[in-house]
Design a binder for this molecule. Structure first.
Ligand code: NCD
Length: 309
């Protein structure tokens, strides 16, 4: 595992295929250790700081669980208003302070590029846990891990991404990460919430086939994996635009039954109303398993960036 050289995890397109394989392999080892009830001390003596300036349930708790499962310690900020940022402290100064306490820093922040700024401010590893409507690379790695577990492969899959593709950072990172493989995409979004041109152009350049539609039923016909997302209310300046778009898609059980046999249904969560709750009993509804996969994948990332793997 000594081939790892990245100080930080900032974007999904920073990884080589070999690095992705290293992460997924190590995550698999940690998952087996956890299910065998083995105690690990890979991060013993190290402290993780989770700085969350935007709400989170899964990302923060799974990072903290990952650190604790590896025998490390955690100091956490879960609300911006509880920090000196609310007194006007710059992100740079906050990071310079936290680097004096912690060995690894996980940051979620409303500003695109905040994690890059944090990484420049410190020599300690910084992991981007979501920078506004930018990227969410650690989520995309656990999404990829989930896809391989649920389908048994990555190459040759047709992956449909549906919902707020403009503002959803998870789909930005997932599309870029999957571009390393032989996948095809169907992007399902209302015209106002389409995947940004910068990402579509990058995929084009890499020879990835993309189809676009605004119709959920049509979009999922050929899909092996459907990745639903929430309309990102907090990114709308105009509340009436959100109200117009918030019910764009609702995945019902009937729609799932009409799709390709065995279609895997994913969602980064939180869900608002875009997946009906009776889809939860469908065998290939993977979203809660997907959330659980955050722990072994983040264990792998913490160990690798700390030079402990
Ligand atoms: C996502 C996020 O924060 O971008 N949640 C997560 O990390 N699992 C998705 C979302 O908030 O819609």
């Amino acid at each position: 595992m000594s081939k790892w050289t990245a100080k930080d995890v900032l974007r999904a397109d920073q990884f080589t295929k070999e690095e992705i394989a290293t992460i997924l392999e190590l995550a698999g080892e940690y998952e087996r250790a956890l299910s065998d009830g083995r105690t690990l001390d890979v991060m013993k003596g190290l402290v993780l700081s989770t700085l969350f300036f935007e709400p989170s349930t899964r990302t923060r708790l799974s990072f903290e669980t990952a650190m604790l499962r590896l025998g490390g310690g955690v100091v956490s900020v879960s609300e911006a208003k509880s920090t000196s940022a609310s007194k006007g402290e710059s992100l740079h100064d906050t990071i310079r302070t936290v680097e004096g306490y912690a060995d690894v820093i996980v940051l979620r922040h409303p500003q695109i590029g905040a994690a890059d700024e944090a990484a420049r401010a410190t020599d300690k590893p910084v992991l981007n846990a979501g920078d506004g409507a930018g990227q969410h690379p650690t989520q995309s790695l656990l999404d990829l891990y989930t896809i391989t577990k649920e389908t048994g492969r990555i190459d040759t899959l047709t992956v449909a991404l549906a919902g707020d593709l403009k503002n959803g950072r998870t789909v930005h990172s997932l599309a870029l990460l999957l571009a390393n493989y032989e996948v095809q995409f169907v992007f399902i979004a209302p015209p106002a919430l389409r995947m940004p041109d910068a990402i579509c152009n990058e995929l084009d350049q890499r020879g990835v086939r993309i189809q676009q539609t605004d119709d959920l039923a049509t979009g999922i016909e050929q899909a092996d994996v459907l990745y639903m997302t929430r309309i990102q209310r907090e990114r709308f300046d105009d509340p009436s635009a959100y109200d117009r778009l918030k019910d764009s898609y609702v995945l019902t059980r009937d729609l799932v039954e009409s799709a390709k046999d065995g279609i895997v249904v994913m969602h980064p969560l939180p869900r608002v109303n875009e997946i009906a709750t009776d889809v939860d009993d469908y065998g290939k509804a993977a979203y809660f398993r997907q959330a659980a996969n955050g722990v072994p994948v983040r264990m792998a990332l913490l160990a690798l960036v700390s030079g402990r793997a």
